[in-house]
Design a protein around this ligand. Structure first.
Ligand SMILES: [Zn+2]
Length: 290
């Protein structure tokens, strides 16, 4: 893997305080991959350095399905995907004055979630963005979804400007390497009344009790999540791209929100956020040597 330096998109800093485990920077992430999580001066937790963009592309095309794809995991499977999308729609539906017609699931996997939305919303036209060639085959051949691109940063935004009434990004934003660029593209593909649903893991409430892991941080920190948002850093990121949250929740180690287009704003996070985030990590990750 090739390593590259990142810059905080919120405050522009290039460095931060490494997340520590037993008195040293934490470097072992999920599946044994090396990771370098840091806490920025503004409070954002992110990986720096991280893999190069080219390495991430290769990883998503060749390795992601085997390691992460929910619908092919026997203990989770398609039922889990449907349950997740049922929750998305339950949360989002009250914000629509009329049912959305053009729906995009950005990072839709093999499309079982989109199929669920199609059943719940009569007349919905379903579209997806998905990198996995295997998933794209299922989407086209079995689910009947239009795959608008394989890459969120691909050419689809020119064709799809102002098109979508509802965009779902469930556990996708924490994967984006250039969140401001990609979220601006996504925002520009919303229709005038369009709404976006975003959910990410919550860095202020990480899941620390896990069935398959004794050390929660070896599950939580992973190469495929370059960013670890909390409500403040997520909201700031969205406002910087011109997305305005209408409603949100913090539940089950997750932050979710519904956003519409709004005015673009600058850096506004709480000046105590960095300290709060560092204290939380120091409390939840053992700091003393064995
Ligand atoms: Zn920062």
């Amino acid at each position: 893997m090739e390593w590259g330096k990142a810059i905080c998109h919120i405050c522009g800093a290039r460095d931060g305080e490494p997340v520590h485990y037993q008195g040293r920077p934490l470097i072992k992430g999920q599946f044994g991959y090396e990771v370098h999580p840091i806490v920025c001066n503004c409070g954002l937790v992110y990986l720096n350095p991280r893999w190069s963009t080219a390495d991430y592309d290769i990883f998503y095309q060749q390795l992601y399905d085997d390691l992460y794809r929910l619908e092919i995991k026997p203990d989770y499977g398609i039922d889990g995907v449907l349950k997740n999308m049922a929750q998305v729609w339950e949360r989002a539906a009250p914000y629509f004055k009329q049912p959305p017609v053009n729906i995009l699931d950005a990072g839709c996997g093999s499309g079982h979630g989109l199929r669920y939305l199609g059943e719940k919303i009569p007349g919905a036209k379903l579209a997806g963005i998905e990198a996995s060639p295997e998933c794209c085959r299922t989407l086209r051949e079995e689910i009947g979804v239009e795959v608008v691109d394989s890459d969120l940063n691909g050419g689809w935004t020119k064709r799809c400007k102002g098109q979508f009434d509802f965009i779902v990004m469930r556990h996708v934003v924490e994967h984006l390497l250039d969140p401001l660029i990609t979220l601006t593209r996504i925002k520009n593909s919303l229709s005038s009344q369009g709404l976006i649903y975003i959910a990410v893991p919550d860095m202020m409430h990480p899941r620390t009790v896990l069935r398959d892991y004794d050390k929660w941080w070896e599950y939580w920190f992973r190469a495929v999540h370059p960013y670890y948002y909390c409500r403040e850093t997520l909201f700031t990121t969205l406002k910087m791209t011109g997305l305005h949250p209408l409603g949100w929740g913090e539940e089950n180690e997750e932050i979710w929100l519904i956003a519409a287009t709004g005015p673009q704003q600058g850096y506004t996070v709480d000046s105590q956020l960095r300290l709060k985030q560092l204290q939380l990590l120091q409390k939840l990750i053992p700091q003393e040597l064995p």
